[in-house]
Write a protein that binds this ligand. Structure first.
Ligand code: MG
Length: 409
């Protein structure tokens, strides 16, 4: 059965860049969400989609065994790129892949993007979220309703690119005429509830209209994250991209991913990490352009401007910048200021110290902490620290349980 297809990715209302990527390359459909709070999540999601696109282009990913392999190859490609480029260190991505076969779909899944099925007007979530709260719900430590509002709901426990090995969830679902399948990033599922998703899918036969309305609703609800949705409508038609009016645009990712699948150099970070030193030097260098003034006056002016700029810099930027890193004794701490030296000077002050040490964290988070995790407010830094502490405890819990399991049998 060939589905009609709708697809779109939107930056949302809050984020500066879009770290989601998607692939529409029949019979393969993918949504990948670059890891939030990590560097270069957009690069990670693009490598995932491009690697899978290449495998599918080779005809190698078109059966259920091969999709697991394709996802694992994507993992290896991201991990390798992250290991070879310090600016991309710690990047990761979710990956939810749907392969459409004759009367069934095969799903390969890692992370907290989701696949849903609408059948006879009823919506069901096909994938399981690989999140800390998802695991707590599974273990009966948290109610599903609590999980939806939990402050740590975005911490994922499995992602592509953070380790050289990844476990991929695989399943096969029979599809019937009339079914609709939605693949989406958490920027959709965390902003609108499942009733809303069900309503939109049930009331829009055109899958592109369904996608557009889902994204509009997520934006109306705040659009706090990047939003990506791919809808497959098994409507008994000839399939393909849904016929639309003049306003419709083909999914950009399909065009990019299928036309240039092998150009690895096209995978670039969308935005360079902010370079405070560079910005500072530019503002300090301006007075020297006044070449007609006597040298002494110029030097004094330059010194004054540098002093004023440094003071402004310290009070405007440093006073409002926070980050989480390990202190001299290895304990996690919240700092006010900037983690790196600026023109040979350091601007930082340890504000709050945790009992948790950096070596209690899983290795990929340890690396993030060693690089310093920046926050745009003290509150945000505290949330980050609380997340890390929770993660350390969870790892400890897991280790103890493993030890008990080992001891009893
Ligand atoms: Mg997201």
């Amino acid at each position: 059965m060939k589905p009609s297809i709708g697809a779109k990715s939107d930056v949302g209302r809050v984020r500066d860049g879009n770290e989601d990527s998607y692939l529409v390359q029949e019979p393969i459909f993918v949504v990948a969400d670059g890891m939030g709070g990590h560097l270069a999540g957009d690069v990670a999601s693009r490598i995932a989609v491009q690697t899978i696109s290449e495998r599918a282009g080779d005809g190698a990913a078109a059966d259920p065994e091969a999709i697991e392999k394709a996802v694992k190859e994507a993992n290896a490609a991201i991990y390798e790129k992250a290991s070879s480029d310090p600016s991309l260190h710690g990047m990761g991505t979710t990956c939810t892949l749907v392969l459409v076969a004759d009367s069934e779909i095969h799903i390969a899944h890692v992370g907290d993007s989701r696949a849903y099925l609408l059948r006879d007007g009823e919506l069901s979530q096909l994938t399981e979220d690989h999140t800390l709260v998802g695991r707590m719900v599974k273990e009966g430590r948290l109610q599903p309703e609590e999980a939806e509002r939990h402050p740590q709901r975005s911490i994922i426990t499995r992602a592509l690119g953070v380790d050289d090995h990844v476990e991929v969830d695989l399943q096969t679902i029979p599809v019937e005429e009339g079914d609709k399948v939605l693949i989406c990033s958490d920027g959709l599922s965390s902003m609108i509830d499942s009733d809303s998703i069900q309503n939109v899918l049930a009331s829009n036969d055109d899958p592109q209209r369904a996608v557009d309305e889902l994204i509009d609703r997520a934006n109306d609800a705040g659009g706090e994250d990047n939003i990506t949705a791919v809808v497959l409508a098994f409507d008994g038609g000839e399939g393909g991209l849904a016929a639309r009016g003049a306003e419709s645009a083909p999914p950009t990712e399909e065009v990019e991913a299928t036309r240039s699948p092998r150009r690895d150099e096209s995978v670039q970070p969308r935005a360079e990490p902010k370079d405070v030193t560079g910005a500072f030097e530019v503002s300090a260098a301006r007075p020297s352009r006044r070449g007609s003034r006597p040298i002494l006056v110029t030097l004094v002016l330059v010194a004054l401007v540098i002093a004023a700029a440094a003071a402004a810099f310290k009070y405007l930027i440093v006073a409002n910048s926070y980050y989480v890193a390990a202190n001299d004794t290895g304990r996690l701490a919240i700092y006010r200021g900037l983690p790196d030296e600026v023109m040979g000077m350091t601007f930082q002050e340890e504000l709050e110290t945790s009992d948790v040490t950096v070596d209690e964290l899983p290795s990929f988070l340890m690396e993030d902490v060693n690089d310093a995790i920046e926050a745009d407010s003290l509150e945000h830094a505290r949330t980050t620290l609380a997340n890390l502490e929770e993660r350390a405890q969870d790892d400890e819990f897991q280790r103890r349980r493993d030890a008990e399991d080992g001891g009893s049998g």
